[in-house]
Ligand binder design. Sequence first.
Ligand code: FRU
Length: 494
Amino acid sequence: MSITTKPNYRSAYHFSPQQNWMNDPNGLVYFEGEYHLFFQHHPAGMTMGDMHWGHAVSRDLIHWEELPIALAPDELGMIFSGSAVVDWNNTTGFFGDKPGLVAIFTHHLDMPEGQPAIQRQSLAYSKDKGRSWTKYEGNPVITHETFIDFRDPKVFWHEETSRWVMIVACGQTVCLYHSPDLIHWTFASEFGEGIGSHDGVWECPDLFRLAVDGNPSDTKWVMLVSIGADPAFAEGSRTQYFTGDFDGSTFTPDQASRNIRWIDAGRDNYAGVSWSDIPQEDGRRLFIGWMSNWKYAGQTPTEGFRGAMTIPRELYLEAREGTAALVQKPARELDAARVPLISLNNVSAAEMNAACAGFQLDAYEIEAVLSRGTSAGFKVRTGAQHQTLTGIDAQAGELYVDRKASGRTDFHEVFPGRHSAKLLEPGTTIDLRIYVDRTSVEAFSNGGQAVISDLIFPGPDDNGLAAFAGNEDDLFLSVNIYRLSSLDAGGGRR
Ligand code: FRU
């Protein structure tokens, strides 16, 4: 079959900018009913360039309204990644009796040929729910004498010490600072030497506490650290995590953190961080990542815009094989976008294929349960020449996504490939949850302990769906398929 129309690479239910380049999520904060998603944005180009903070808001984590640019470069440089918080008690003095938003970001100043760029931490604040921003006149608020890479501050309020804490990337470590007012910062400690992956520069850290197995009296601190792409490693940029204790000044890693642990075994979940100020009665630790990889981010074949975020996810810690493992579950808000298509129990792959033979789908969710020991899965976005495989290899004990024949793969040599995630302590049944969109597959298994997020670029006719299994009599214990209603059909974007 020949490709007659252009592929539509605009995600149906993932956030992507209306125009031009996007990378990291920034300033994730919830305030007065809105989730804010700021993002690294080059408003005049299709590759990374003159970086601004773009801005979008949502009330349900699905429908995003893109707003005008929030922060633009100035004499201190471009606006690199950072975070945002609600200053509930006017610790900054920027606000009167009403709380407001403070953005804490890196100013990146390019210097003349031969001299390294200068990276410093700065503030901006908003009194109108993020619609307009004033840069703090005393910027920058933190400078460093020696670090060339000194960026991506993530700030949170530390209850026990009643002060703000900042975690910021410093070359191949992270530095921790604290402050009473977000303006005056005191260096507290540095973490990272001799531990974790150093296959690239450290970027976009985050630090937060989670209960293990939901037990409020058993908590651990989780540190996320993204590492940049290095030509020596085909994996490109990825995000690792550590678990341990944090006393407001120093992070002490636990034994399990001696092993390198990645949050995602796919290639396209980078620079992800969590939302600040989620109300206590909600209590979730919500996360979103940039769904791309510095290895090839500037070459992906979209037109008019480039970059999308992952689906929003909730983070948990679960005890697995004697350690506290980071677990990601799709945010429950996504369930509201479901349009049920089929729901089957105890079906073979052949029966499944008969049931979905006529399907032409580009944006959907599959929920399946297999017996432990069954190797099976789905071919998604299939066409005459293309398919993406995602399933369970029971022998290897892993979840995998194979995008070698997924569509356009020729824009970078490392793009085609098969990626797998080990299932830690799987139960007697194995769950599989697969989110498919116009340019992505996000697969979750073993309750969200194994995760693979991968971009794909299928053709416009590659809308078929099929099941497969190792043996003819292998059964899918249950399968639900939902179309996910598209944001571009109505509302959501201006
Ligand atoms: C991570 C990153 C950050 C930096 C930003 C620049 O992807 O390199 O370290 O602040 O992107 O756009």
